[in-house]
Design a protein around this ligand. Structure first.
Ligand code: ADP
Ligand code: MG
Length: 796
């Protein structure tokens, strides 16, 4: 058996046609049965007559000299045919000059059974094997293609029932997966050797008739008989099946143009043949060169049609037919050279395996059935009765759902594992529960936050408009602290639906409070924490109790949780609802600090200048006093003159004063900026805190009356610790409230009303200050520096 092994080369054998005039002195078959040596006299036609011989040696896969058709089939065809039955594509191809025995090798003498060639023997073998391999179901089809002058001809088109060529004519087409097929070429199913031979003879006949009708020489065309084989295993419920193509190719004669002295149609034929053979050679050479990834198969119909059957992943055997007469030595050499080039092509045969989807499903169904049976046996052995492995019914799913709900609520301790399907459903129900919860929370949050955003944007634009109309925007922005303008109005708080905010925030913050209680987190150093007195806690608790008796939605039970400490709630508020105002506050603070630093610098400068002025002026006065005691200098004209030291002191004093004035003006501007920034920071902080207070009260179930009071700016009831004291305030925030002297009041409940009053006053003051704020301008000194110098400034 000669099926090629992966990585082996194309097999090339030489077959010589018997002749009475065998050129013994020129052609020598070496005893190894593989090598042919050719000795050629130097061309005598060129006038140089000598007996010098040139020798060439060609070592191939075998020399078939005086070998029967049967043996030729055995050495050339059988391996490829058997390979095709296994699913490998295969090609047997004869080439050589006209009359060298290609047709004899491929088809043989049709009238003589013994002398039949590779094709009828291959067909016989195919059907013989099909019968033998009863474990596989084979289907065999034949096609017979002739390529004449680059035209494709279907040699089996005459067969009855043949569909005929479509409108597009015949063409070689590439298929998905790298295969090729000839569109329009008829495929004939065959079930027996006889039927196959009938088609072969019909095709041969058509080839000859066609040749006569068109006055063409049958040896001038390429012929490809293809046996298409498909095989499926009968025993296994295997969805896999294999296909293959066995190409049996009789090439046109390879003789050279010059020799025949051809003209007209013959010349044309020869040109086409030469062209296709030379492209065949190019394709073969490209295949032989492993570095090349492009093989020019499409240059001619022949190579294109044989694209998936030359070298590469299929079995290829070539027969080089030679005519061993001295007169044919040139052709013989040419054929042998071609043969040795072909030998270099590497093969890596691959089975064409496919999967039948219908069969695959059937196979899997069977397997499932079998496994179910196995499981039921297993259950019986393990004493597990009544197990079902089918898809869960609606009732079963509902039961699992209720189990999961009970488990989540805590009324069910565990869920017993029963089957994979049940486990999967349990997980699915958990997931569903989480998703539903998530959706609810999201929907509620969305509703609130959309309102807030809308309110904020309206508030922002209104604020900008109103400030703009006051003419302060330009100046403020010019100094880089226009951020204060974006402070959202407290209006948006009122746009919120208090009930919803309450529910969500209570839940969120209460759960956070719980978490922190569990973690035992203590406030950071230096932070103040609200200490809720027992009375207050009790009161709030009662409020919650009365509320919980009212009809409530699914969120309501969470309200019974105690509100989170204000310090933590404030952190949350700053991170979420109050994030924008908090950001603005921070930005304003940065600007404020920067302006304050500048102010300190300038004060320092101004004071230094002032000291220098003073010392210079003292020095001048002393000098003048001294001079006066010595009498006055006068010029020749009697005009009093200054001496040099006095002059320099006077000039220095003037210079210092100019410098002082400039610095002082800048100082004044900066001072105005600082106070404006301070105002913005205060305003932001106040807003942040008021908003937090409203939010906290609304969110954490203060009685409606208190909320109403807060909204109307009314006094806060004793017992409600002001937010400022409850919060962990930043250092400068504390400083701010120290300035406002709130700290004195916090510990004493009797001070609450005082605190409320003062707080509202501060608010009003801040507001009126903001309204009356005049544009801050960096004014240039008016007049010519005659302004009176103020006393030394204290450093801020
Ligand atoms: P090709 O197809 O290459 O043109 P053929 O196969 O037609 O050549 O052969 C030309 C002639 O030589 C035919 O009459 C054929 O019977 C004869 N012939 C070729 N090879 C052999 C062989 N090995 N034994 C006997 N006769 C042969
Ligand atoms: Mg022939």
């Amino acid at each position: 058996m000669m099926i090629a092994h992966p990585g082996s080369e194309v097999r090339v054998l030489i077959r010589s046609r018997p002749t009475a005039n065998f050129a013994q002195e020129l052609i020598e078959y070496l005893p190894d049965g593989q090598t042919v040596s050719v000795h050629q006299r130097k061309d005598s036609r060129k006038g140089v007559v000598n007996n010098q011989l040139s020798s060439w040696s060609f070592r191939l896969d075998g020399v078939l000299h005086d070998v029967s058709q049967e043996e030729v089939y055995g050495r050339v065809g059988r391996g490829v045919v058997l390979g095709a039955l296994e699913g490998y594509n295969g090609t047997v191809m004869c080439f050589g000059q006209t009359g060298a025995g290609k047709t004899y090798t491929m088809t043989g003498a049709t009238e003589n059974y013994k002398q039949r060639g590779i094709i009828p023997r291959a067909l016989q073998e195919v059907f013989h094997e099909v019968e033998q391999r009863s474990d596989h179901a084979f289907s065999v089809h034949l096609s017979f293609l002739e390529i004449y002058n680059e035209t494709l001809v279907d040699l089996l088109a005459s067969v009855r029932g043949c569909p005929g060529v479509g409108p597009g004519g015949m063409a070689v087409v590439e298929e998905a997966g790298g295969g090729v097929s000839v569109r329009g070429l008829s495929l004939h199913p065959v079930h027996s050797e006889e039927a196959a031979l009938n088609l072969l003879f019909e095709g041969e006949m058509n080839r000859i008739i066609g040749a006569h009708a068109l006055n063409k020489n049958s040896s001038r065309s390429h012929c490809i008989l293809t046996v298409h084989i498909e095989s499926r295993s009968r025993t296994l419920s295997d969805a896999k099946y294999v296909t293959s193509k066995l190409n049996l190719v009789d090439l046109a004669g390879s003789e050279r143009l010059g020799k025949t002295g051809s003209e007209g149609q013959v010349l044309k034929e020869a040109m086409y043949i030469n062209k296709s053979l030379s492209f065949l050679e190019q394709a073969i050479l490209a295949l032989a060169d492993r570095r090349r990834d492009h093989v020019p198969f499409r240059q001619t119909k022949l190579t294109h049609a044989l694209k998936d059957s030359l070298g590469g992943n299929c079995n290829t055997v070539l027969v080089a037919n030679i005519y061993g007469e001295a007169s044919q030595i040139e052709e013989t050499l040419s054929t042998l050279r071609f043969a040795s080039r072909m030998k270099c092509v590497q093969m890596d045969p691959v089975v064409n395996e496919h999967t039948d989807p219908v069969l695959q499903v059937r196979k899997l169904e069977k397997e499932i059935q079998l496994l179910k049976q196995e499981l039921s046996i297993h259950n019986t052995l393990a004493n597990r009765m009544g197990m079902s492995y089918d898809t869960l019914s609606e009732t079963q799913v509902a039961e699992i759902q209720s189990q999961v709900r009970r488990y989540l609520e805590g009324s069910l301790d565990e869920i017993n594992i029963v089957s994979i399907r049940q486990i999967q459903e349990v997980f699915a129900q958990f997931k569903q529960a989480v998703q539903q919860q998530e959706q609810k929370v999201k929907a509620q949050l969305c509703q609130n936050y959309t309102l807030v955003e809308k309110a904020q944007s309206t508030a922002g634009s209104t604020a900008a408009k109103s400030q703009g109309s006051q003419g302060t925007v330009g100046v403020v922005e010019g100094h880089g602290f226009g951020v204060g303008l974006a402070v959202p109005s407290d209006r948006h708080i009122r746009l919120l639906s208090p009930g919803r905010t309450k529910a969500i925030k209570t839940k969120e913050l209460a759960s956070q409070g719980r978490k922190e209680a569990v973690e035992g987190r203590s406030p950071g150093p230096g932070k103040q924490v609200e200490s809720v007195n027992p009375v207050q806690r009790d009161r709030e608790g009662r409020e919650h109790d009365t509320q919980s008796q009212e009809p409530q939605g699914p969120q309501e039970p969470l309200r019974t949780d105690s509100p989170p400490p204000k310090a933590e709630a404030f952190e949350d508020f700053k991170a979420e609802r109050g994030s924008e105002i908090n950001r603005i506050l921070k930005e304003n603070k940065v600007v404020l600090l920067e302006r304050r630093a500048r102010l300190r610098e300038l004060t320092e400068c101004v004071n230094t200048a002032k000291r220098e002025i003073d010392s210079t002026s003292t020095a001048l006065h002393q000098w003048r006093d001294k001079r006066q005691s010595q009498g006055q200098f006068v010029s020749a004209e009697g005009v009093p003159v200054l001496d040099e030291a006095e002059l320099s002191l006077t000039l220095r004093l003037r210079e210092l004063k100019t410098q002082y004035r400039q610095q002082y003006e800048e100082l004044r501007g900066t001072k105005a900026e600082v106070s404006y920034c301070q105002h913005l920071v205060d305003q932001c902080r106040t807003r942040l805190l008021t908003e937090f207070e409203s939010w906290y009260n609304e969110s954490f179930l203060l009685p409606e009356e208190v909320q109403a009071m807060l909204r109307s700016g009314g006094p806060i009831r004793p017992g409600l610790v002001p937010v400022y004291k409850a919060l962990a305030l930043e250092e400068d925030e504390q400083e701010h409230f120290e300035r406002l002297r709130y700290e004195l009041l916090a510990d004493s409940p009797s001070a609450i009303s005082f605190y409320n009053a003062q707080y509202r006053t501060v608010q009003r003051r801040n507001y009126s200050k903001a309204m009356s704020q005049t544009p801050v301008q960096k004014t240039t000194p008016r007049g010519s520096g005659r302004t009176k110098l103020p006393a030394i400034l204290s450093v801020i």
